[in-house]
Design a protein around this ligand. Structure first.
Ligand code: NI
Length: 263
């Protein structure tokens, strides 16, 4: 763990609230669910904070089943805020064509503190596959206990919303059952590139990145777990923390739109 991982990162948002305002986040999410009649359930709790899951859409099995998840890392707030803004503004016609399930903010204690890991120093995006030296976080234990419903929810696609606080370039991790990236990966990358310069070719976090994309990399993450369980495709989008928070939230929201519309 380096200094950046221990540090607390927060930003002032355009409305004057702090990016780690979990109380505000929950109030807006709960009000939205109430207004739209969407089911908001608590999958479990970590340090008394709920791990929330929201279900929108048709409730039909014949439409694409998509899962969007944000806030695994607490110093990456544009994901959860982008999810919330997408949901607040999403055309209902678009949502009616899919079964969209959302884990808006997985790591509430990290989000509140502005720290990457949870209040117990655990990484909520590792430990899903029991790789050597990796144990699931408390959030991971809750999600692992819901493997069947999460697999069903993500059947036709998974999008996780991350940031890279130290960078000024954007990139995307994607997994597809193919030798080369298809429209799924390319459309998310294009939506990210509309907001930021893409990461130069080379390595990022020890992975080979080409044209802003890390393709078919597997590790102990939530994405890799659900891919292994059989979801059709998965992506983890990364917005660069060195850009203004409003721009990062807008990019996250745009990528969720592309993900949902493209299914
Ligand atoms: Ni992250």
């Amino acid at each position: 763990m380096n200094d950046a991982e221990l540090k607390s990162w927060t930003w002032v948002m355009p409305d004057g609230h702090s990016s780690n305002d979990w109380g505000l986040y929950r109030r807006r999410l709960e009000a939205l669910a109430e207004r739209r009649g969407w089911e908001l359930v608590t999958l479990g709790t970590v340090a008394s904070e709920p791990l929330l899951m929201l279900r929108t859409g048709a409730g039909s099995t014949n439409v694409p089943h998509l899962l969007v998840a944000g806030g695994f890392h607490g110093e990456e707030p544009a994901g959860p805020w982008g999810v919330l803004e997408y949901l607040e503004h999403a055309p209902l016609e678009q949502l009616s064509r899919v079964q969209l399930t959302v884990l808006p903010l997985v790591n509430a204690t990290g989000f509140r503190a502005g720290t990457r890991f949870n209040a117990f120093g655990e990484n909520p995006n590792r430990g899903y596959l029991g790789l050597p030296g990796e144990n699931p976080s408390r959030e991971g234990v809750v999600l692992l206990a819901h493997g069947d419903p999460l697999l069903e929810a993500a059947r036709d696609g998974l999008l996780t919303c991350h940031e890279d606080v130290l960078l000024s370039h954007a990139y995307v991790y994607s997994c597809e059952p193919a030798d080369a990236p298809g429209a799924f990966s390319k459309s998310l990358l294009a939506a990210n590139a509309a907001h930021f310069p893409l990461h130069p070719d080379g390595t990022v976090d020890g992975c080979r990145v080409t044209d802003g994309l890390v393709f078919n990399h597997y590790d102990g993450s939530f994405e890799s777990w659900l891919m292994k369980l059989g979801v059709a495709r998965a992506a983890c989008v990364e917005t660069p923390g060195q850009h203004p928070i409003a721009q990062r939230i807008a990019a996250q929201r745009a990528m969720i739109e592309v993900f949902t519309a493209g299914a």
